[in-house]
Design a protein around this ligand. Structure first.
Ligand SMILES: NC(=O)c1ccc[n+]([C@@H]2O[C@H](COP(=O)([O-])OP(=O)(O)OC[C@H]3O[C@@H](n4cnc5c(N)ncnc54)[C@H](O)[C@@H]3O)[C@@H](O)[C@H]2O)c1
Length: 394
């Protein structure tokens, strides 16, 4: 935890999370005589704050000449960032690696019907931590481990069989059958944290879990088109030559065939793509937007067909969402969340840009869709709603 020690103050100079009432003092380290909130210390990054939620001092606690708390008064309570991953397959293992290699978890516990596989994945990942920047514990466990976990990642479920032309939605029946006993065990485990659902069909499964567990909707959501949006940005980068990190573009609706791209909201360096197309008819104007959207949408199938699984992209997407949550970042990512009002929808999970923080989905961002885009989004939501009703009847 990155708290600078000031030379002079005689009262605690730790961050606001530690000492809400502000103290006035000089900060030689920052070379400033600012006073008031935030003055005189280096803010620890939000990630570390979550990792080490320190409740240490009543207002005005005395510190010694080095700025440290007087020893007899020091007491700390530390919350570890513990994550349960259900399903130790391709997604679960890559999510685990993305999380520990980016220092986003202190402990990861794998649960899988195949206990040997869970143990093997955990051991393999734990070995890797020896050479990773931050330490973490990775192990196999059971549902009793969920009681004090902050986050649970649902990654159990079958893959669509491409040889039979199956879509993600076609796996719904098998996924629901797998989920039923899992949800029963989560219900009785004492877990009360955030559920990040990955199993496909992602949006319908997230809604099903929320309903069956009667979980607060903001605390159960899916990465859903976080991954499709990455694929879309990759496709746009390849078509324009502009780096994907400089492109803001979302795939919305379903993590599946009915997803849509609100082109009216795509920007490059803050400039609307529609404007760029008017200004530069010979370059941006020639982009085949339908082909780019199809390229992004088909990304999962291209990867699945080539190697039998998709894993790195979803692993990175999961880590990105978890960073936003554990870091309390108020970061906007497209995730599948319960819509009741926004986008004119009612009681349906669909992917939209949302603000994520330690409470989960804090707020949905309502984009100004064109009438045509709204119709595409509505159609995608209808697909998810119909399948959700089917899931409830299973
Ligand atoms: N949302 C996304 O972007 C995205 C991306 C890729 C995959 N997926 C989905 O994630 C799921 C997993 O994909 P994968 O490639 O890791 O598959 P996988 O077959 O490699 O792994 C699935 C794991 O789930 C385990 N499992 C099965 N039943 C279980 C149960 N009752 N309890 C605990 N574990 C159980 C299996 O033993 C296996 O280890 C699938 O539903 C897949 O469609 C979603």
């Amino acid at each position: 935890m990155d708290i600078a020690i000031t030379a002079m103050p005689t009262v605690c100079s730790a961050p606001p999370i530690c000492c809400p009432p502000r103290q006035e003092f000089r900060s030689p380290l920052q070379g400033t005589d600012r006073a008031g909130p935030g003055a005189g210390f280096l803010m620890p990054d939000a990630e570390s704050l979550w990792a080490l939620r320190v409740f240490c001092c009543p207002p005005g606690r005395q510190v010694d000449h080095t700025g440290r708390h007087m020893k007899e008064e020091t007491h700390m309570q530390v919350d570890r960032r513990k994550i349960i991953i259900i399903g130790a397959g391709h997604v679960g293992s890559h999510a685990g690696y993305a999380l520990i290699s980016q220092g986003l978890a202190d402990e990861i516990v794998y649960i899988d019907v195949d206990r040997k596989k869970a143990e093997a994945q955990a051991m393999d990942l734990f070995d890797s931590t020896v050479y990773l920047p931050r330490r973490a514990i990775v192990r196999a466990g059971d549902y009793s481990d969920a009681r004090d976990a902050q986050l649970l990642i649902m990654a159990a479920g079958p893959l669509a069989d491409m040889s039979k032309g199956e879509t993600r939605m076609d796996t719904l029946g098998v996924t629901v059958a797998i989920l039923k006993p899992i949800l029963e065990q989560i219900r009785t485990s004492g877990f009360s944290g955030i559920i990040l659902s990955i199993s496909n069909p992602a949006d319908v499964v997230a809604h099903y879990i929320q309903n069956q567990l009667d979980w607060p909707p903001q605390k159960v959501f899916s990465t859903s088109t976080t991954l499709d949006s990455a694929r879309l940005r990759r496709a746009l980068a390849q078509a324009t030559g502009v780096d994907q990190k400089s492109i803001c573009a979302y795939a919305l609706g379903e993590h599946g065939e009915s997803q849509m791209v609100p082109w009216s909201a795509v920007t490059i360096a803050g400039k609307p793509l529609s404007q760029l197309r008017r200004e530069r008819p010979d370059t941006y104007g020639k982009l085949d937007l339908d082909a780019i959207a199809a390229d992004g949408r088909a990304g999962g199938w291209t990867i699945l067909g080539g190697k039998g699984s998709t894993e790195f992209g979803i692993g990175a997407s999961i880590a990105e969402v978890v960073r936003a949550v554990f870091g309390d970042e108020n970061r906007v990512l497209p995730v599948s969340t319960l819509l009741n009002g926004p986008y004119g929808q009612k009681d349906v999970y669909a992917s939209v840009p949302a603000i994520l923080n330690r409470d989960g989905v804090a707020e949905v961002i309502q984009l100004d869709l064109t009438p045509e885009e709204q119709a595409q989004f509505d159609a995608s939501c209808r697909v998810m709603d119909e399948n959700y009703r089917l899931a409830l009847a299973m």
